[in-house]
Ligand binder design. Structure first.
Ligand code: HPA
Length: 262
């Protein structure tokens, strides 16, 4: 067992019903959580610490909508120089604590021209364009050949759509593509992604989903669309964070209602 799992187990006796990974600028969603315990990542031996603005680094154990939740307030990315094993440490920790379900959020750029900044997109499926490494590289046995059909749980998706429509939250559904980053896309790359049917692009989530499926967790993926090159023409990290801050509140509302009903 990874040392960080044992360390956290020694700190708190808590089996999360859901893990929630909070993406860039999305920590406003924490307002609704009844916090039981916080552990800064830097205090956890062997656990990777985020170097990105907009990413705090702490585990939050708490209650949301009557469910035990483990929230990852901040994640690490492949572009920070971490290995894929480190990038998926949170998912491995959640599974190690006995968590069976995970909600993964992110900030993403629009590839589909119909999407605009501020939109919320439920991830139906993904395309992995991070070719350099894979979180399961080096795993042993037949378990590593993970089935990725319906990686994004169909029942979770259905429930999230239902909840959103009842609450009057406007949502889209689409295909998320992960790139290694940290540079944003060229116009040619964007056109290519658009032509092959990608709806949104970002630099996270897919490795976590692969690890989560390997560890037999059910996944709900939610993107906050922070920018659209086709509609706005330029992009910056500051712009991404500003929009994500606004999105965070709505995504929090969605997750809160989802957890209550699931
Ligand atoms: N590309 C990649 N990652 C992103 C983008 C984008 O356009 N926007 C927010 N994260």
């Amino acid at each position: 067992m990874e040392e960080y799992i044992q360390f956290v187990k020694d700190q708190i006796n808590f089996v999360p019903d859901f893990a929630i990974v909070i993406g860039s600028g999305l920590s406003t969603m924490l307002d609704k959580v009844k916090v039981i315990k916080r552990i800064p990542y830097r205090e956890i031996p062997g656990y990777p610490v985020s170097t990105v603005k907009g990413h705090k680094g702490e585990l939050i154990f708490g209650i949301l909508s009557g469910k035990n939740v483990l929230i990852f307030n901040g994640r690490v990315h492949f572009y920070e120089g971490y290995t894929m094993r480190q990038v998926t440490a949170g998912v491995r920790l959640a599974a190690g604590l006995g968590t069976k379900n995970i909600v993964i959020t992110n900030a993403a750029g629009a590839v589909n021209k119909a999407l605009k900044a501020g939109d919320i997109m439920l991830i139906e499926d993904h395309i992995n364009f991070i070719f350099a490494d894979n979180p399961l590289r080096g795993e042993k046995g037949t378990e590593r050949f993970v089935d990725m059909i319906n990686a994004y749980d169909r029942d979770f998706l259905k429930k999230a759509v239902e909840v959103a429509s009842r609450k009057g939250i406007d949502i889209r559904k689409g295909i998320y593509c992960a790139v290694a980053g940290p540079n944003y896309e060229t116009m040619a790359e964007m056109r290519f992604m658009n032509r092959i049917g990608i709806d949104a692009v970002g630099m996270s989530t897919v490795p976590e989903v692969i690890a989560a499926r390997f560890l037999k967790m059910r996944v709900l993926g939610i993107s906050c669309i922070t920018d659209s090159i086709f509609n706005e023409g330029d992009i910056s990290h500051t712009k991404v964070l500003n929009i994500a801050n606004q999105c965070g509140k709505t995504i929090a509302e969605l997750i809160e209602s989802f957890l209550r009903e699931v």
